[in-house]
Each structure stands twice: as structure tokens, then as C-alpha cells.
Write a protein that binds this ligand. Structure first.
Ligand code: DI6
Ligand code: FE
Length: 401
């Protein structure tokens, strides 16, 4: 792999201390063997890196490549008709009776071939890659039977073979109670979810375990049974918690040392405190907030007060967040949640990496992976400020474009 040194860059290293964004003006980044070997002002560049192939980026902004740490990007079908029905006045019940909602995505995902699921997902993945994303998390959860959950996870792995992107999978068997187990959620957990998790683990398909802790999905007790098995298997956990109501899911996740608790509009202060103690990252999903026209904000000030790391992700899914632009989510995190542009950019880099347990990504520093985005902007606030604008100049994945 050729060694390269990028020079004449504004570098948002996203290191937490010091300058805002960890900004280095007129900087250089030296890349060796897919890793960052050195970063600092051009004037201080060591001779060893000065004689490598240098590339003048002409004052452009360099950031860590973006990380989308919460997606359901593998899914069958779409729910555009349902979106349209709702806007034509149909009620939620009417749509459900017409076979809509999450159940319709489960049906379509079960029916889809692996190739069809892959091709549909790649259209969305390519959008993200085109915006400088180099790592995505992908959940199962639209199968709700062992075969389809495994099929989704295999497709997620395949995406990492087909594109220059790193994929972290999450097993989300506890996403919804399938129609064949209506009113028998406990039986679903025991008979389907946990055996499917065991199978996914055995096949090396589950990097993490997720769940949906909500009145319309699973109770904290049911989620805890899944988390216990995850702990036995040595798999880290994360949780959709406090999206529509406060069931204490975030505190439960924190007790299991969760990497992240996600959504969190309805979290209370004890929940935030529990996350703080456990070092659990808050993953904020403004695309779902926007699509559902939610009005309750996640408590950003409490997260700041307890020094909770805040990540931002697309939640790309056919129902509550048909969003495949992470830059749009950065803007929405600022406009809808009042995060600062620096917090929002950290949310799709440094904090997103932590939410996935990938501690050698998300910052530009010696020893970190050389996943790098080069932008046609001068200052990082510009990445949060524009809507529907993609200023990506070039993306390096493991040091190579
Ligand atoms: N929370 C959500 O917003 C999505 N899943 C979840 O647990 C909804 C998924 C869908 O509607 O298809
Ligand atoms: Fe989600």
C-alpha cells in the first residue's frame, strides 16, 4: 500500500480537548499501511514523511470519514404507499388493516431473495459512501424468524465485500412481535429470538445485540432475557430505548454495559445518570423525530450535564426514517435538537465510533485508521449548515481512495 502525506489541509481531527473540532490549520496527515502515522501543522512535518508522495489538498477540509452507527438499511420493499395513504387521510388502524406498518416490511423481507435485498440496500449504501461515510452499522429485525434474520445479516456482511465500507452488524431479533406470535411475546423471545441469536453468533454474523424496548414491542424483562444471552455469548449490547415512552430501557441497557442507547426522546434524569456511569453513548436519530413529527426533544442539556457522548445516525429504515443522508441528519441534529455543529460532527465521527466500540476510528490521530473525508469547504461548521448539499471532494478508506 503506498504511503501518502496530505498537505495544506484544514484538519478537523475531532480530538476532544483543545481547539474546537480539534482544528489544525495548514496541516498535514501522513498515512502508512492504512493507518494515520502522523498529524500536525505542515511546518512540523517530520522529514521521514516529507519525502513520501505528498498530495496538496489546496486548503480543503479534512475530517475523519463519517460513521453511520444506526441503520436498518437492509429491508425488503418500501412503505411509500403507506406514507401516501396517511397523507390522504387514512388512519394508523386502516393502514395496519391494509397490511401496512412494520409487518409489511417483515413480509417483504421474508419474501425477498438475498440478491434483491443486497441490490436494494446498495442503492442506499452508495448514497452514504458518496457523502464520505466509511463505516455503517446494519441491524437485522425485519425477519423475526431465524432464516430471515440470518439472511439479513449475511446481506449486511456481503455489503462490506461489495463496497469499500466497514460494516458492523447488530442482531435485532427483539424488534417487533411477528403476527404468528401475536400476544405471545414471551414465547417469541424463547422460541425464536434467543435461538436465532445463538445461530447468528455461531455463524459469526452478530457483532452486537440490539432490541426495541417499547409498549408496542418488548418489555424491559423480555429485553433483559435477550441481553443475558448476549452476555453469555460475550456480545456487546445496545438498545432502542425511550423513543415513544419511558420504560427505563436506557437504564437497563446501562446495567448491561451497553455501547449505546438510541432515540431517547422520553428518557428521564435517572436514565441519563445510569448511562453516564456506564459510559453508554446516546445515539440521537433526528430523521425518525422528523418523520414521525415527534415534538418531544431528547434532553440534550442533561446529556451535556452528565457528559454523555452523543452520536447522530440516520436510522435509515422504510418506516420511521426513510433517510439515507447522514449530512442531512447532521443538519437536523442542529436545527431540530439544537446540538452545536461541533457536537453534531463529533456525533457522526468520534462518538459514532464509540457507539460501535471501534476505538481506532472517528478521530484523526497517530495510530487511528486512515478513513478520511476531504471536503470542498473551509470550515467544519459548513458541513452542518447547508441542507441537501454534498461537498465531498474525496474519501479515503483504509488510506486508499
Ligand atoms: N424504532 C424505529 O423507529 C424503527 N424501529 C425501531 O425500533 C421503526 C421501524 C419501522 O417502522 O419499520
Ligand atoms: Fe432504529
Amino acid at each position: 500500500m503506498p504511503d501518502t502525506t496530505l498537505v495544506n489541509a484544514n484538519i478537523a481531527t475531532m480530538k476532544p480537548a483543545g481547539e474546537a473540532y480539534g482544528l489544525i490549520e495548514n496541516g498535514a496527515v501522513a498515512i502508512t499501511d492504512g493507518k494515520i502515522a502522523w498529524v500536525g501543522p505542515v511546518a512540523d512535518l517530520p522529514d521521514a514523511h516529507r519525502y513520501e508522495a505528498t498530495e496538496d489538498v489546496e486548503g480543503r477540509l479534512i475530517t475523519p470519514a463519517l460513521i453511520d452507527c444506526h441503520t436498518h438499511i437492509v429491508a425488503g420493499g418500501n412503505r411509500a404507499r403507506e406514507f401516501e395513504m396517511r397523507l390522504n387521510g387514512a388512519s394508523y388502524e386502516e393502514i395496519a388493516r391494509a397490511g401496512g406498518g412494520i409487518v409489511s416490511t417483515v413480509k417483504a423481507t421474508r419474501a425477498a431473495s438475498e440478491t434483491d435485498l443486497l441490490n436494494a440496500a446498495l442503492l442506499r449504501v452508495d448514497q452514504l459512501v458518496g457523502e464520505g461515510v466509511a463505516t455503517i452499522e446494519i441491524k437485522s429485525g425485519y425477519g423475526l424468524d431465524t432464516d430471515t434474520e440470518l439472511k439479513m445479516l449475511r446481506v449486511a456482511r456481503k455489503i462490506a465485500e461489495m463496497r469499500d465500507i466497514r460494516v458492523q452488524t447488530s442482531f435485532l431479533g427483539a424488534h417487533a412481535v411477528p403476527p404468528d406470535y401475536a400476544d405471545r411475546a414471551d414465547a417469541y423471545i424463547d422460541e425464536v429470538c434467543i435461538p436465532a441469536l445463538d445461530a447468528a453468533h455461531k455463524q459469526g454474523l452478530a457483532d452486537a445485540v440490539d432490541g426495541f424496548c417499547e409498549g408496542i414491542a418488548f418489555s424491559p424483562d423480555q429485553i433483559e432475557r435477550v441481553f443475558k444471552r448476549a452476555a453469555e455469548l460475550g456480545i456487546p449490547v445496545k438498545l432502542h430505548a425511550e423513543q415513544l415512552s419511558n420504560l427505563g430501557g436506557a437504564a437497563l441497557a446501562a446495567r448491561y454495559g451497553a455501547l449505546s442507547a438510541d432515540h431517547l426522546e422520553y428518557i428521564d434524569e435517572p436514565g441519563v445518570a445510569a448511562m453516564g456511569k456506564a459510559g453508554t453513548i446516546a445515539v440521537l436519530l433526528p430523521g425518525a423525530f422528523y418523520t414521525l413529527r415527534e415534538t418531544k426533544m431528547p434532553p440534550i442539556d442533561l446529556f451535556r450535564q452528565y457528559e454523555i457522548g452523543m452520536a447522530v445516525a440516520t436510522d435509515c429504515n422504510p418506516g420511521s426514517s426513510p433517510v439515507s443522508s447522514l449530512l442531512l441528519c447532521v443538519n437536523m441534529a442542529c436545527t431540530l435538537f439544537r446540538m452545536t455543529p461541533e457536537e453534531a460532527l463529533a456525533g457522526v465521527t468520534r462518538e459514532a465510533a464509540k457507539a460501535l466500540g471501534l476505538l481506532d476510528l472517528g478521530m484523526i490521530g497517530a495510530g487511528m485508521g486512515a478513513d478520511i473525508a476531504i471536503w470542498d469547504v473551509e470550515h467544519p461548521s459548513e458541513l452542518a449548515y447547508r441542507v441537501g448539499f454534498n461537498p465531498l471532494h474525496r474519501r479515503l478508506f483504509k488510506g486508499v481512495s
